[in-house]
Write a protein that binds this ligand. Structure first.
Ligand code: SF4
Length: 460
């Protein structure tokens, strides 16, 4: 029992988080920056921060993640980090030749009060940014928010620094995909292409953090949205922002700066959210939904109806990021399962409201909490008081799954001890089948493991 000290009795806590259901803002900012072609992310803080951000991304994506750091020492902590950042910008463009550098702050540089806007402008004025190259930035103090708000802040920084308005309308739709896997971003592009919808999607980490092994190392892989494509997003007809937490702020900025209207949608996880996404894209791009999608959807509906007998009424505990948990909860309800305990470390009042709305009819007693004290410890305590049939969340859930002997599906960020998330989408209709297959397979494995000889079934 690795978590044997977790008590069943729940006490109200303030100012204490145990096993947080989130990580730090710059991790998200770095991931978003990697979705721009030719971009070198830069962490304005100490080397330890940058090493952590890089290592958690490398461990999740199993690909090397490159980034610069301002390498703060005691001196920069006292006198400010401007000199280090100016030197770093000059070094990065001289030695590593990126198309742009995307800077995010850290706890320390925010506490000192470094002004990234002013330092970036000084770098340009001092000639440290070569002609045609760009520097963008965002603020990501990690004592507030989470990796999701860091991702959102960098998306807003991308719009601020790169989007333009030429006055010539373009027949294209912006898609802000939210924090999803590279496989999911590839799936969104496949869906748009199959519909004949012209899109500009950013960030796009496909072919950046899931690169093929060719024998040749590329510091800037082939993937990522080009600076030119992002620039054109100020001329698009509409923005579809997937995930309120990760994408809404950037969509709002595109609207207020360039008058590009937007809709905020759920990330298309599961049947209902995918229906809404496909319909919204068809309307925005003025295209029709192809017959092939009717078949794709029909296959998912068929699997749901065939397998619901094994899933009906089973209780699920979930933890992770709000943009993922909301459509996942809806999907579990579509599978006739009962979302029972839900925790997200990312703050935002709307989360609990939305989950309660979704669960009102079929799971009215759902326990839901988000924000700093909504942690994995709390989830474990809830599970001790009301056991569940399935746990879904990132790798850190494996300790609870082992102690409580609960089937466990890895879902979300980070997944450090399995592969697959980078390569197989879990969004869209086909992704829905994959998710269902993982849920069902994990539950059936436990049934097989626990059954005695008389009810050990060969056929489902
Ligand atoms: S929480 Fe703050 S100090 Fe820790 S790694 Fe993140 S930015 Fe650095």
């Amino acid at each position: 029992m690795l978590l044997r000290h977790t008590p069943k009795e729940i006490k109200e806590r303030k100012a204490l988080t145990i096993n947080p259901a989130k990580t730090c803002q710059p991790v998200g900012a770095m991931y978003a920056a990697l979705g721009i072609h030719g971009c070198l992310p830069h962490s304005h803080g100490s080397q330890g921060c940058c090493s952590y951000h890089r290592s958690v991304l490398t461990r999740h994506y199993k690909d090397p993640i490159m980034a610069g750091t301002s390498s703060f020492t005691e001196g920069s902590s006292v006198f400010g980090g401007q000199a280090n950042l100016l030197q770093a910008i000059a070094n990065m463009f001289t030695i590593y030749d990126p198309d742009l550098v995307a800077i995010h702050s850290t706890c320390l540089s925010e506490t000192i009060g470094d002004d990234l806007n002013q330092i970036a402008q000084k770098a340009i004025d001092d000639g440290k940014v070569p002609e045609g190259k760009k520097v963008i930035f965002c603020n990501t103090p990690s004592y507030i928010g989470s990796h999701v708000t860091g991702f959102s802040n960098m998306c807003t920084g991308i719009v601020k620094g790169l989007a333009e308005h030429t006055g010539v309308a373009r027949d294209q739709v912006n898609i802000l995909p939210g924090w999803v896997e590279p496989s999911d971003m590839r799936e969104i592009k496949r869906i748009a292409e199959a519909m004949g919808a012209r899109i500009v999607m950013y960030p796009d980490t496909s072919d950046v953090v899931d690169t093929p092994q060719t024998g040749e190392y590329k510091m800037y892989p082939d993937g990522g949205t080009s600076v030119e494509a992002i620039a054109s997003s100020g001329d698009s007809i509409k923005t579809l922002a997937l995930g309120k937490w990760a994408s809404e702020d950037a969509a709002k900025l595109l609207d207020s700066k360039f008058k590009v209207p937007f809709d905020v949608l759920d990330i298309p996880v599961g049947l209902s959210a995918t229906d809404r996404f496909v319909e919204a894209l068809a309307n925005a791009a003025k295209v029709s939904i192809p017959d092939s999608f009717v078949a794709e959807r029909g296959r998912l509906v068929d699997v749901i109806s065939d397998m619901s007998q094994y899933l009906h009424g089973r209780k699920v505990a979930l933890f992770g990021d709000p943009d993922q948990l909301i459509p996942l909860t809806e999907f579990l309800l579509d599978l006739d399962m009962i979302p029972t305990h839900i925790v997200s470390g990312t703050p935002g009042k709307k989360f609990t409201e939305r989950i309660k709305e979704l669960c009102a009819e079929r799971a009215p007693n759902v326990n839901v909490k988000n924000g700093p004290q909504a942690d994995i410890f709390q989830l474990h305590q809830w599970m001790k008081n009301e056991p569940v049939d399935l746990l879904m969340g990132n790798t850190y859930g494996k300790y609870i799954a082992r102690d409580e002997d609960v089937p466990f599906v890895r879902y979300g960020f980070p997944i450090l001890d399995r592969i697959g998330h980078s390569y197989f989408p879990s969004i869209g209709y086909t992704g829905g089948i994959r998710l269902l297959e993982k849920i069902l397979g994990t539950i059936m494995d436990k049934i097989d493991r626990d059954s005695d000889g008389t009810d050990f079934e060969l056929v489902m």
